[in-house]
Design a protein around this ligand. Structure first.
Ligand code: HEM
Length: 365
């Protein structure tokens, strides 16, 4: 009889012949992560990935009980929270992890922006990242409606109303999203399909491309570090960097568990389309800076409706964000680019200040 070592060798050879285990091993062993004073920021992409996986896992569990219709959605979530063992925990983790994931995603975005990781040859990594951002925000927007409670209903009504301000296609897009002129059970069914099928499929596709490119190009060394002659020191990805990643993931899991236990997701009242909108309807925090900007815009600017200009402005802003690697020619040539560092910092400041104002100024109005 073969010894355990010989048996393991046999399994290894069997797998190697079929899936090229040796090549995968060489690839993993070769992967290195640069070590310098900004290495900390490399952890946020992986953290976002981990949180995405938490969302997939908890989302699948929620699907076991959730029912996507205006008649049953609210009741199915109430049943899950009150009757199903640990149902409250799964739903609360799904809700908290969504928020934390968007936070780590923004940290990831701003760190790669300010460290100029988008410069050649990583333009497509950046572009796939911006599309992922849009998809993740789409998850947030569509998921918010699914419990079919009062806040979700009116939040979606306001959010989809804003979409109607897009010139030319606005009315069509709003109808397409709502499944009619109003937010109804048809909207809920559409949002459900988008949330559990369309967005997961697109995200998986884009994420595979993103991670393939990260693997293909390796981690970039920020130009500021390169110019000082740093960034040549590295650490092996397996096990050194991966174990550090794991410490971060376990910590964030502990934070999620604590948040879910002490501040479980709320449900509130069931949506009633005929009831008046409750006072102080607010979007989720990650949409707040846009919502607040629209509030500050005057009714008309140069004869054009303020809201239309605002929505067009966000569209143009999103497009410019997508094109940054192609616009920042100085960084592409390896020269310092204070302009784009300034734009990045201003954007961050703008988002922070408007979000802050959204929670302070408007709540007293
Ligand atoms: C679901 C969302 C996302 C996930 C799961 C994700 C995941 C990752 C991971 C694991 C890495 C390697 C480690 C790291 O640099 O942190 C990475 C790198 C990168 N990501 Fe993302 N990412 C996402 C969204 C974004 C967004 C929104 C952007 C920017 C618009 C972006 C741009 C980049 C770039 C340029 C790199 C290369 C960094 C370098 O080589 O230094 N990603 N991403």
């Amino acid at each position: 009889m073969d010894s355990p070592q010989e048996q393991r060798g046999g399994v290894r050879r069997w797998l190697d012949d079929r899936i090229g285990l040796a090549e995968i091993e060489t690839l993993v062993r070769k992967k290195e992560v640069p070590v310098h004073r900004h290495t900390l920021w490399y952890y946020f992409g992986g953290m976002t990935l981990f949180l995405f996986l938490v969302q997939v896992g908890t989302g699948i569990l929620l699907l076991l009980y959730y029912r996507p219709s205006a008649e049953e959605a609210y009741e199915s979530v109430r049943f899950l929270m009150a009757e199903v063992e640990f149902g409250w925990l799964v739903r609360s983790i799904h809700s908290w992890a969504a928020n934390v994931m968007i936070l780590t995603l923004f940290v990831h975005l701003f760190s790669v922006l300010l460290l100029k990781a988008y410069r050649p040859p990583r333009e497509i990594t950046w572009v796939s990242g911006v599309v992922l951002l849009a998809l993740v925000l789409g998850f947030g927007f569509t998921g918010y409606l699914l419990p079919w409670n009062e806040l979700a209903y009116f939040g979606t009504k306001v959010g989809s109303e804003i979409m109607g301000a897009i010139p030319l296609a606005g009315t069509f897009l709003r109808r397409l999203l709502r499944g009619g002129d109003e937010v109804t059970g048809a909207t809920l069914t559409r949002f459900y399909g988008i949330h559990v099928a369309i967005l997961p499929a697109l995200t998986t596709l884009l994420l595979s491309l993103h991670l393939f490119l990260v693997q293909r190009h390796g981690m970039s060394v920020p130009p500021s570090v390169e110019r000082r002659g740093g960034g040549t020191r590295t650490m092996p990805f397996v096990p050194n960097f991966l174990l550090r990643d794991l410490v971060g993931w376990l910590s964030v899991l502990a934070i999620l568990a604590a948040l879910a236990a002490y501040l479980p997701a709320e449900l509130g009242q069931k949506a009633d389309p005929f009831a008046p909108a409750p006072a102080g309807i607010k979007p989720e925090w990650y949409f707040m800076f846009m919502f607040q900007t629209l509030k500050y815009l005057p009714g008309t600017i140069l004869g054009i409706e303020g809201e239309i200009l605002g929505v067009v402005g966000f569209g143009v802003g999103g497009l410019l964000l997508l094109l940054i690697p192609f616009l920042d020619r100085r960084t592409a040539r390896g020269e310092p680019s204070a302009l784009f560092t300034g734009i990045g910092l201003l954007l961050l400041l703008y988002m922070l200040v408007l979000t802050y104002l959204g929670y302070t100024v408007s709540s007293t109005q």
